[in-house]
Design a protein around this ligand. Structure first.
Ligand code: NDP
Ligand code: OXD
Length: 309
């Protein structure tokens, strides 16, 4: 039986090395060189072609190469009975918290204003709130959001988080569901999006949500481009209601060369690099799940397709 690898972003040779180092007999095939389709028992994928995963009659595991699974669950022909897993990995979590902290601290310490001052040759010390006076709000208190929340709280920030179900995290003010969203937003000066992309969260970062933030707030979106209504962000920045945005993800990636974000003075653009799955660190969980699937046991890091994440 064989493993099929399909990703336009991840390096198949790095994955081959990492997996074969642990299981030398693994039959590792890279799409589209699938060989006989009935020999494929597992698929390790990022953004598979819609309909493709339905073509392997003996598939028993679909493993996302990332933490997000929106690009798998969007396939209308997904084989319903095959378990889907995602990456939960300390390296991935650490990278995301580093990325978000970099952007948050940059805004908090007014580095965007100081960079503008430097370009104009201006020497002026700006008012600086203390961390305890700065409310950072995190949309999504899952694996990534809760790690970031704890690290921000350890730095002394006033941290709040919003999730679907209630969360008890020491030092974090939790808000839940539709009814909790407005109270969460009105206190949030730096908003970080770490939600999964689902039908409920698609387009959540729209003009109404941005208008509910205090004047001069900042946005950090490191989840999915489809969370954001891009023209609403540009309008909020241009009208001065938002002070800045750091974006790692976009509706269309790579970002088109003529996209207004590239040259916007209040936008930081990074190329979906906040957190990257590393084969050496994530290969063991995939092989363990393959063993579990072969033994008819539930894999770890299982996705709930009915929930969408
Ligand atoms: P998790 O599934 O662990 O956490 C998701 C969180 O979002 C949970 O707290 C969940 O609530 C909450 N949530 C989901 N739906 C809703 C909703 N409708 N209303 C309110 N809260 C909701 O995901 P991760 O933390 O592992 O990852 C988050 C996302 O980050 C990924 O889906 C991916 O899109 C993105 N990502 C981006 C990367 C990048 O490089 N830019 C890299 C890795 C991930 P509850 O706890 O109640 O279930
Ligand atoms: C992920 C990503 O979901 O890289 O892991 O975006």
């Amino acid at each position: 039986m064989a493993l099929l690898f399909k990703s336009h972003l991840d390096d198949p040779e790095a994955w081959r090395r990492a997996l074969l180092a642990l299981e030398p007999d693994l039959d590792f095939r890279v799409w589209p060189e699938t060989g006989a389709r009935d020999e494929i028992e597992a698929a390790l994928v990022w953004a598979p072609e819609p309909g493709d995963l339905a073509r392997y009659p003996n598939l028993r595991l679909i493993a996302s190469l990332g933490a997000g699974v929106d690009n798998i669950l969007s396939d209308p022909d997904l084989p319903a009975e095959v378990p889907i897993t995602r990456i939960i990995d300390p390296d991935l979590t650490r990278q995301m918290s580093e990325y978000a902290l970099t952007q948050i601290l940059r805004f908090h310490r007014r580095m965007d204003d100081y960079e503008r001052q430097q370009r104009a040759g201006v020497w002026r010390v700006l008012a600086q709130p203390l961390t305890a006076e700065r409310r950072v709000g995190i949309l999504g208190l899952g694996v990534l959001g809760s790690d970031l929340a704890r690290k921000l709280a350890a730095l002394g920030f006033d941290v709040a988080g919003w999730s679907r179900t209630p969360k008890e995290i020491e030092g974090i003010t939790g808000f839940t569901g539709e009814e909790g969203l407005e109270g969460f937003l009105t206190g949030t000066e730096i908003l970080v999006c770490l939600l999964p992309l689902t039908p409920e969260t698609e387009g959540i970062l729209d003009k109404d949500l941005l208008a509910a933030l205090p004047e001069g707030a900042y946005l950090v979106n490191c989840a999915r481009g489809e969370h954001l209504i891009e023209k609403d962000l540009v309008a909020a920045l241009d009208e001065g209601r938002l002070a800045g945005a750091a974006l790692d993800v976009y509706r269309a990636e790579p970002l088109a060369p003529d996209h207004p974000f590239w040259a916007h003075p209040k936008v930081i653009v990074t190329p979906h690099c906040a957190s990257v799955t590393t084969p050496a660190s994530s290969a063991p969980q995939f092989l363990d799940n393959l063993k579990r699937a072969r033994a008819g046991r539930a894999p770890s890091n299982l996705v709930d397709p009915s929930r969408g994440y």
